[in-house]
Design a protein around this ligand. Structure first.
Ligand code: SAH
Length: 379
C-alpha cells in the first residue's frame, strides 16, 4: 500500500511591509546594498506604483531578483470591492493566510478617510457588534495594517497619479485621515498599530500626521495611558455606550473588569498629557440606552469635562435583537448633553447599502464559505 499523499503548503514569503525598518536595512546591508534602499523600496509599495519588484526601475537588476526570491511585494489581496452611491468604498481583504478583514474609504467634505482593522475578529464581545460575534483569531501584522491603507489609496489614484472617478466626481488624490475603527480592538494590538502608523505618518510614507488619525477603543485604561506616553498627537475615541456600569457591562462585557470610573480617569490623563480632547462614542440602541434617564446620567457623567460625544445610531446587524433609536429619543440625548454644555454630534450614516458597519461583509463571506457557496467574483 502506498503512503497517503501529503500536500505540504509552503508559507508565502514575507511581505516587505512586514519587515521593520531595522530588519530591512540589515537584510540590504548584508547584501552590500546601501540602507537607504529600504526607504526607496517601501516608497514604491506605499505609493502604489509597483505590484512586482521588476517594476522598481531605480533598483539594480540583481537586487530586484534577490528581493523577488525572498519577499512578496504585497501579502493582501482584494476579495471583494463594494462602492455605494456616496462613494464609500468597502474592501473585503484576504490576508496571506486566507483570513479576511474589512476596510473602508469614506469621502466627505474634501476628506478621504481610511477606516482600518487591527485584528481578525475581535475579542471584546460588545453585544451589538458584528466583528466580535466569533471572537478574535489573531492580531494583524504591521504590514497587514499598512497594506489596507495602500489598497484604499489605490482606489483613488492610478499608478501614474491620475485621480479616479467615482459616482460623485473625481476621488481624492490622497488619503487625508485614518480612523482605526474597523474590526478589532486597536489597543489590544498597540505595538503593531503604532509601528504601522509611524510609517504611515512619515513624509515619505503616506504623510498622514497623528493629528489626522483617530484611534477608537473599548476603553483599556493601562493602554490608554501608554498611548498618551507615546508623545504622539493621536485623537482618542472611547466607546462609552452607556452612562452607568450596570448597563455598560451588559452592552460591553469587558466593562466588568474595568468600570467607567477607571476609563474616564485614563481619558482625563490622556487629555492632560496630550492636550487632545477625547471623543466619547455612544452607540444608540433603541429603547436600551436612549431613554431620558440615560440622557440625564450621561450629561451628568461628562459635565465639566472637555469632551465631545459622538452619537452613533445603531447600524443593523442581521440576527441581532437591537433596533435603531426613534428620532425623539435621539433628540432627547442631544438636548440633554447640550444643556449641560457637552459638545455632541450624530455620526452621519455612510455607505449603509454596502454593509459599511464593520464586520458584516466578512461575516457574510464566512457564512458563504461555510455553506460552500462560491464567493462572488473579485471585482
Ligand atoms: N474596538 C474599538 C473599535 C470598534 S469600531 C472600539 O470598541 O472602539 C468603532 C465604533 O463602532 C465603536 O464605538 C463600536 O462600538 C461601534 N460599532 C460597532 N458595531 C456597530 C454597529 N452595528 N452600529 C453602530 N456602531 C457600531
Amino acid at each position: 500500500m502506498s503512503a497517503p499523499l501529503t500536500i505540504v503548503e509552503s508559507a508565502p514569503p514575507p511581505a516587505i511591509l512586514d519587515l521593520s525598518p531595522e530588519e530591512f536595512r540589515a537584510w540590504l546591508t548584508a547584501r552590500g546594498e546601501p540602507p537607504m534602499r529600504a526607504k526607496q523600496i517601501r516608497r514604491w509599495i506605499l505609493q502604489g506604483r509597483a505590484t512586482n519588484f521588476e517594476q522598481m526601475s531605480d533598483l539594480p537588476k540583481s537586487l530586484r531578483a534577490e528581493l523577488a526570491n525572498a519577499f512578496s511585494v504585497f501579502g493582501s489581496t482584494i476579495e471583494k470591492h463594494l462602492a455605494s452611491r456616496d462613494d464609500t468604498h468597502k474592501l473585503l481583504v484576504r490576508l496571506a493566510d486566507g483570513k479576511r478583514i474589512e476596510c473602508v474609504l469614506i469621502q466627505d467634505d474634501g476628506r478621504a478617510t481610511a477606516c482600518i482593522s487591527t485584528q481578525v475578529g475581535c475579542g471584546m464581545g460588545c453585544v451589538f457588534c458584528a466583528s466580535g460575534l466569533n471572537g478574535v483569531e489573531r492580531n494583524l501584522t504591521v504590514g497587514e495594517i499598512l497594506e489596507q491603507l495602500v489598497l484604499l489609496r489605490n482606489l483613488t489614484v492610478d499608478p501614474n497619479g491620475t485621480p479616479q472617478f467615482g459616482q460623485t466626481g473625481p476621488l481624492a488624490t490622497r488619503l487625508t485621515h485614518i480612523v482605526v475603527m474597523g474590526m478589532g480592538e486597536p489597543l489590544a494590538n498597540l505595538d503593531n498599530l503604532l509601528s504601522a502608523l509611524a510609517i504611515a505618518g512619515a513624509k515619505d510614507g503616506l504623510d498622514i500626521g497623528a493629528r489626522h488619525i483617530t484611534i477608537s477603543t473599548v476603553g483599556i485604561p493601562a493602554k490608554i495611558e501608554r498611548l498618551a506616553e507615546s508623545g504622539k498627537q493621536y485623537h482618542l475615541a472611547v466607546s462609552l455606550h452607556a452612562p452607568n456600569d450596570e448597563l455598560r457591562s451588559r452592552i460591553v462585557p469587558t466593562n466588568d473588569k474595568t468600570g467607567i470610573p477607571a476609563i474616564l480617569a485614563a481619558s482625563d490623563a490622556f487629555y492632560a498629557k496630550t492636550g487632545r480632547q477625547v471623543t466619547f462614542e455612544y452607540v444608540v440602541l433603541g429603547g436600551l440606552n436612549d431613554q431620558p434617564v440615560h440622557a440625564r446620567q450621561l450629561a451628568q457623567l461628562l459635565k465639566g469635562r472637555k469632551a465631545h460625544v459622538n452619537l452613533i445610531p445603531w447600524n443593523d446587524v442581521e440576527g441581532l435583537p437591537y433596533r435603531r433609536p426613534r428620532d425623539e429619543d435621539l433628540n432627547g440625548l442631544i438636548d440633554e448633553l447640550k444643556r449641560s454644555g457637552t459638545s455632541v454630534k450624530v455620526r452621519k450614516r455612510k455607505g449603509s447599502e454596502i454593509d459599511a458597519a464593520c464586520g458584516q461583509l466578512r461575516r457574510k463571506a464566512e457564512e458563504r464559505t461555510l455553506a460552500s457557496d462560491p464567493v462572488e467574483p473579485v471585482s
